[in-house]
Design a protein around this ligand. Structure first.
Ligand SMILES: [Zn+2]
Length: 166
């Protein structure tokens, strides 16, 4: 970095899609909640849309979460959202990023500089998407349904809009 505006010069890959910010930020929190509870890794596939989204996780058949487990995930995600955590980002070298998070799933052609996104002190991961500035903007997380097939747990979920405070 040369002290001028590094963001335009860092050569970061551009976002592929204009996500719904609340939904996409919730995806970060859900992934961290899943990792903490089940040690299953972050979703290997996700479809994030404004109204409802889905995330796919790999599970062995004997370890598929029960409905109680999933209720606990829903509660944890909502508890994290309710902490009003700031969502911030830092652009760092890959070497620096590796100290915080697993980079093994970055695409081969990813930039040398990596944008790390922090949801308070709860989650950090490399991401080029668009996020809310604070989890207070998110609203309520709901799991709509889940199913399990061929080693993949699919969670369908949504966020209900944050209550108007005016
Ligand atoms: Zn993101």
């Amino acid at each position: 970095m040369d002290g001028t505006n590094g963001q335009n010069k860092s050569g970061l890959n551009a976002p592929k899609k204009d996500y719904s910010r609340p939904m996409h930020t919730t995806e970060h929190i859900l992934n961290q909640a899943m990792c903490r509870r089940f040690n299953c890794g972050r979703a290997f596939s996700a479809h994030i849309e404004a109204k409802k989204s889905k995330c796919d996780y790999r599970f062995e058949a004997s370890k598929v979460p029960s409905s109680e487990d999933l209720a606990a995930i829903e509660a944890e995600v909502n508890e994290v959202i309710s902490r009003n955590l700031e969502v911030t980002s830092r652009i760092v070298t890959r070497e620096e990023a590796a100290k915080y998070t697993d980079l093994s799933r970055l695409p081969e052609d990813a930039s040398e500089m990596v944008k790390l996104v922090f949801v308070g002190d709860y989650d950090v991961c490399p991401c080029i998407g668009a996020h809310v500035a604070n989890t207070s903007e998110i609203g309520k997380f709901r799991i709509i349904s889940t199913d399990y097939k061929d080693g993949v747990l699919r969670i369908r979920w949504k966020v209900e809009a944050a209550a108007c405070t005016c």
